[in-house]
Ligand binder design. Structure first.
Ligand code: UDP
Length: 247
């Protein structure tokens, strides 16, 4: 049995964690980034990277600031609006980097859109090298192309860096994949595991379809879990029973 000071080895050694922009927003005020949430997430990131030894990359969304296809964004030219959304992810990436580094964990932000003064450009081999050296890599600006989402960016980067899993953190209080929306349907049942095919055929809203089919085609499992319960990132990467595994 492992000593209590040495955590058991991780189930997945290299992972991409997808954090929605809205997960960073405050639920109690208008703040687009909540300092307490940021601090909590940063603590957990350090636990899994320095503590558990997981090579962790993060893809952060921008929905707390701007979404290309909805709200005011829907009134703009789509590509321009999406570019604005990708810039929003970069704001979140810099905030996350700062919060994580304050806790002594080296990180690098790599952006899919060049902004040399703020972040490294996305270079796949360099990202892998950072991970091997124990640095957390935060991927900013999604895929760098309009018409996509950061879910797809998480899937794409996951495949590119040879991650073993995409951790799709939810922030809505729904802790996995259900047969129907559990907030609307009391009969909804939660799946512990489900296939990609079933997610697609039942039209379950796990990630957008582009991201899900990409993960299926590239044999990249997705663990959907409640990001906001403290300790869940560690639990997920240790392989504890939580959320829904899509594979
Ligand atoms: N976006 C994009 N290409 C990408 C990733 C994101 O154009 O590869 C834009 C898109 O407008 C999207 C916005 O950035 O609405 C914010 O990303 P997303 O909606 O995925 O963020 P989240 O919902 O995860 O906060």
């Amino acid at each position: 049995m492992a000593s209590p000071s040495i955590p058991p080895s991780p189930k997945w050694k290299r992972a991409v964690l997808k954090i929605s922009g809205e997960a960073l927003a405050s639920s109690s005020s208008e703040e687009i980034i909540d300092a307490t949430v940021l601090d909590q997430l940063a603590t957990e990131v350090v636990e899994v990277s320095s503590g558990l030894g997981v090579e962790l990359a993060i893809v952060v969304g921008g929905g707390n600031i701007w979404r290309g296809g909805t709200g005011a964004g829907a009134k703009l030219e789509r590509a321009t609006s999406d570019n604005m959304g990708m810039l929003a992810t970069t704001i979140n990436a810099l905030a996350l980097q700062n919060a994580i580094e304050k806790k002594g964990q080296p990180t690098r932000v790599q952006s899919a859109i060049q902004m040399a003064e703020l972040a490294e450009p996305y270079i796949r081999r360099r990202a892998i090298r950072h991970l091997e050296k124990g640095r957390v890599v935060i991927f900013a600006a999604g895929t760098g192309s309009p018409y996509f989402t950061t879910d797809t960016a998480a899937a794409l980067r996951g495949a590119e860096i040879d991650a073993e899993v995409v951790l799709k953190g939810t922030h809505s209080g729904i802790d996995g994949v259900y047969s129907a929306d559990p907030k609307l349907d009391p009969e909804a049942i939660k799946f512990d595991a489900i296939s990609f095919m079933e997610v697609v055929s039942r039209d379950l809203r796990v990630m957008d379809l582009t991201a899900i089919t990409f993960c299926k085609d590239n044999d990249l499992p997705v663990l959907v879990f409640d990001l906001m319960t403290p300790g869940n990132i560690l639990r997920a990467l240790r392989g504890e029973f939580l959320g829904t595994l899509v594979s």
